[in-house]
Design a protein. Structure first.
Length: 239
């Protein structure tokens, strides 16, 4: 009986965690560059053919599939089509993101929405004084020109075998474990004046939320049934 109770408790904990993940995905359905969080519990239950007592979650991860590109016309909105990440420099080390909503700071450096420097292949990317943002162009290879003069090229990297090991730190940014090494991205196309939309599909998430809610309710009912059964057994034993 105790083992069954432990299994149900694990199921409820996993379902609560999955509900939180689905809610987080829905909250970011309109966030540029957001990548959907995954959770293995629903899939494991689907493989079992029902809700039942469930089991432990099989792990979490991210869906790095391509989001559709939305044209904004903003000069420093830059989207990636294909596998890869922009590199953001921070005092604690590089971060990796698909959230290519950039701007120029007071020194002319291209930075992200938090003011952190966007890495170039050969150093910071700086727009020369006197050059208007509207005179900045970005090629599909990520090369930047300002007023007709070359500024540099976005550093774009990929993790062909280790993307599932990236760690989310929020704001659509990821960090890598120490033993993971990024590689130069291959085949990625840079689109100026576009943002990559979130790859969350609202209908799918809502369906998942309904499934998880029903599974949770089924497990709660199972707990109540087992509790009533236990009370009945105790009552009979005590005469």
């Amino acid at each position: 009986m105790a083992d069954v109770g432990a299994q149900v408790s694990a199921s409820l904990n996993a379902l609560t965690r999955e509900f939180d993940i689905i809610a987080h995905n829905l909250a970011n359905v309109s966030t540029s560059g957001y990548k959907r969080r995954l959770h293995g519990f629903s899939q494991a239950m689907a493989d079992q053919g029902g809700t039942g007592d469930g089991g432990e979650a099989s792990g979490e991860g991210f869906d790095f599939s391509q989001g559709h590109l939305v044209e904004t016309g903003r000069t420093l909105d830059v989207a990636l089509h294909g596998k890869g990440f922009f590199v953001i420099e921070t005092p604690d080390g590089p971060l990796y993101t698909r959230h290519g909503v950039f701007r120029a700071n007071q020194n002319g450096q291209i930075v992200d929405s938090e003011g952190r420097v966007v890495a170039g292949a050969n150093g910071p990317l700086t727009i020369p004084p006197g050059v208007s943002i509207t005179d900045v162009t970005v090629s599909q290879a990520g090369q930047i020109n300002a007023g007709g003069a070359p500024v540099g090229q976005f550093q774009i990297v990929d993790f062909p075998d280790d993307a599932d090991r990236l760690i989310s730190i929020g704001l659509c940014c990821f960090e890598k474990p120490e033993d993971v090494r990024p590689a130069a991205a291959e085949g990625v196309i840079v689109r100026q004046g576009f943002q990559e939309a979130s790859n969350v599909q609202m209908v799918d998430e809502l369906v998942s939320m309904i499934t998880v809610t029903r599974a949770y309710e089924a497990n709660v009912k199972l707990v109540n049934v087992k509790k009533d059964t236990s009370n009945s057994v105790i009552g009979v034993a005590m005469g």
